[in-house]
Design a protein around this ligand. Structure first.
Ligand SMILES: [Zn+2]
Length: 291
């Protein structure tokens, strides 16, 4: 995808050790504060603590660097992207409108979308630095633009909700993140990227994170006047397709769809009066025909 190269931030090549010791000092005082505050806290509070911790220790610039490394690592591992300019333009166009909304929830991130050329896999994931990856198999499995938008918006919700940072704290713990923050380990970003691709990129998110990403996602697509129930119809389609097809519904493994999740989503749509009428089925069919 040629526009990825253009979108690559120039700060990427400046090295991971550029962070000041001041940030570490701020980060560490945060840690002390959080450890004190965190004693005897609930799961939700612990999750918030981890997010705050990640935020204190890793800047958006550093996350962007890790994200670029993850992208390079995926390419090294043979991941290829859809190059058809019409498909790329179409998906990027829908994603950009979602990203514009997400920026209101979380600024400082350069959001990117990449379409992986793999028609047999139904999956999507978010990586550090605001990179959303969606497989061409997902585009083929969706029936209309609203369903595709729902998947993109859900993944964008993982970025807006800082779930990716939380995953990094879970995976690496304080010490490694502190080493990156100090700049003592210049290859840290590369190592983390390699390991994220090996195990963590498609890590299953917690149920709480899934619900949160659903809520961000359905709010975004409704704000763009898409029918918000498209998110539910896509989930149901995946559940139905799970058995007896040649598709690999990896998205279900990392984003388990349960009856509870669907009913939560329905309640959220009703409680927040989320509406929207666009499905975009016809133009979507034309794009699918190019895959
Ligand atoms: Zn998810």
């Amino acid at each position: 995808m040629s526009d990825q190269k253009l979108a690559r931030p120039s700060s990427v090549r400046t090295g991971i050790g550029s962070l000041s010791r001041r940030r570490l000092a701020i980060g560490l005082s945060f840690v002390v504060l959080l450890v004190v505050v965190g004693a005897g806290c609930t799961t939700q509070q612990r999750v918030n603590t981890e997010t705050a911790l990640a935020q204190a220790l890793i800047s958006d610039e550093q996350m962007a660097q890790v994200g670029e490394q993850v992208h390079a690592e995926l390419e090294d591992q043979g991941v290829r992207y859809v190059t058809n300019p019409e498909v790329v333009r179409y998906v990027t166009g829908v994603a950009t409108r979602i990203f514009d909304l997400a920026r209101q929830d979380r600024s400082g991130v350069e959001y990117h979308v990449h379409v992986i050329d793999d028609p047999k896999t139904v999956n999507a994931f978010a990586t550090p630095g605001g990179h959303i990856y969606i497989y061409s198999g997902t585009l083929l499995a969706a029936e209309n633009e609203a369903e595709m938008a729902g998947v993109l918006a859900h993944e964008t919700g993982h970025v807006a909700g800082r779930h990716v940072e939380r995953a990094m704290v879970d995976a690496y713990g304080m010490q490694e993140l502190a080493a990156i923050a100090l700049g003592d380990d210049p290859s840290g970003a590369k190592q983390i990227a390699a390991s994220l691709v090996g195990t963590g990129v498609m890590r299953a998110h917690s149920r709480g994170e899934e619900s949160e990403a659903d809520e961000y996602g359905v709010r975004y697509i409704s704000a763009l006047n898409y029918d918000p129930t498209a998110m539910i119809t896509f989930f149901q389609k995946l559940q139905a397709a799970e058995s007896g097809t040649s598709l690999t519904p990896g998205w279900l493994r990392t984003h388990p769809v349960t009856a509870e999740r669907i009913s939560d989503l329905k309640s959220y749509i009703a409680a927040n009066n989320l509406g929207g009428s666009v499905l975009g089925a016809e133009r979507y069919r034309a794009i699918k025909a190019k895959l």
